[in-house]
Design a protein around this ligand. Structure first.
Ligand code: PMV
Length: 317
């Protein structure tokens, strides 16, 4: 039996604009994890068991758009190729992949990429292979395309590398240092929102008004660059105003919603230094920047304003 895990993630700055070549910052959230366990199959078939979805099925019976099956189908040839190079018999014994995850689905926390990452690592380890982070990221990116359509690649990157990353589409990821840890609350609207839909809507809007949208993306990219500098210089409190500005720009992209705006306003009223939606938007999660003094008050305000769950996390610890 082999088990591997992968973290959830949040996007600090730059979601959506990152799809259009602007920089974005993302960090892993270790409290949230997806776990994949591989065991030997008791019959001649490979099986997938998604525990959080209470679903068990044969690999051969998976639907064409099944992301878990697609991930397995991409890892298998890679293992076989390596085995051939090592002079081993290219035949893999049937296995069962069991998935557990504490990351909510379709809520901007990287659930899909984390499940795929855990699966790639577990499968490779089960068959005595160790992939590099870049290989894992690349394989998971292919699964992300099935889930998201035109992903930037930020989710698979931050999750496979499990460290804070400054990300520009098509370029090698740049890990960045958090000079002084800072405290975020991650509050869930409880509304699932598939990223594929918001990304598709933004694309349609951009096609109608390219100049307006390009200008919004550029401003978001500038915010991400400023934020990186402030995080690296140990001035996290300066992120507050940047989060507010980034949220306003995301509203202009039409990816916020009443529930997210309500949580952002409640957090700011209760003393958060900044707040913004995180991820695809129109549901999912938002972030609030707090201090040890304001944390409890902001958390209570978020819960009162309708947050279904609030996670407290320290970035850079
Ligand atoms: O998976 P989510 O909901 O965190 O969204 C990823 C961020 C987007 O910029 C909206 C899409 C992308 O591929 O970068």
């Amino acid at each position: 039996m082999v088990t591997a895990t992968a973290p959830g993630k949040i996007i600090l700055f730059g979601e959506h604009a990152v799809v259009y070549g602007q920089p974005a910052l993302a960090v892993p959230v270790s409290q949230l994890r997806a776990t994949a366990t591989i065991t030997a199959s008791e019959d001649s078939d490979c099986w997938i068991e998604a525990r959080n979805l209470s679903h068990r099925y044969r690999l051969t019976e998976a639907r064409a758009d099944d992301v878990l099956a697609a991930t397995i189908e991409r890892v298998r040839p890679l293992i076989l190729e390596r085995w051939i190079q090592q002079g081993r018999q290219p035949r893999l014994a049937p296995f069962v992949v069991t998935i557990d995850s504490t990351i909510p689905i379709a809520s901007g926390l990287g659930s899909g990429a984390a499940v795929s990452t855990a699966m790639v690592r577990a499968l490779m380890a089960y068959f005595d292979e160790t992939p590099s982070e870049a290989e894992v990221s690349e394989l998971v990116f292919e699964s992300e395309k099935l889930l998201h359509g035109t992903p930037s690649g930020i989710d698979n990157t931050v999750i496979a590398y499990e460290q804070p990353v400054y990300f520009i589409k098509g370029q090698p990821p740049e890990p960045f240092t958090v000079a002084q840890p800072f405290h975020l609350l991650i509050a869930d609207t409880g509304l699932p929102s598939p990223t594929k839909i918001t990304v598709g809507d933004v694309r349609a809007a951009w096609q109608t008004e390219p100049a307006r949208y390009d200008a919004l993306f550029l401003t978001i990219g500038e915010i991400a660059n400023t934020a990186r500098a402030q995080i690296e210089h140990g001035e996290p409190e300066a992120l507050g105003p940047l989060m507010k500005r980034n949220h306003t720009l995301l509203q202009k992209l039409s990816v916020s919603c009443a529930e997210l705006d309500t949580l952002v306003e409640a957090a700011l009223r209760a003393g958060a230094l900044g707040a913004k939606l995180s991820g695809g938007g129109r549901g999912g999660n938002m972030l609030a920047l707090v201090t040890p003094e304001t944390q409890k008050r902001v958390q209570a305000a978020l819960e009162q304003a309708g947050a279904k769950r609030v996670i407290s996390t320290v970035i850079g610890e």
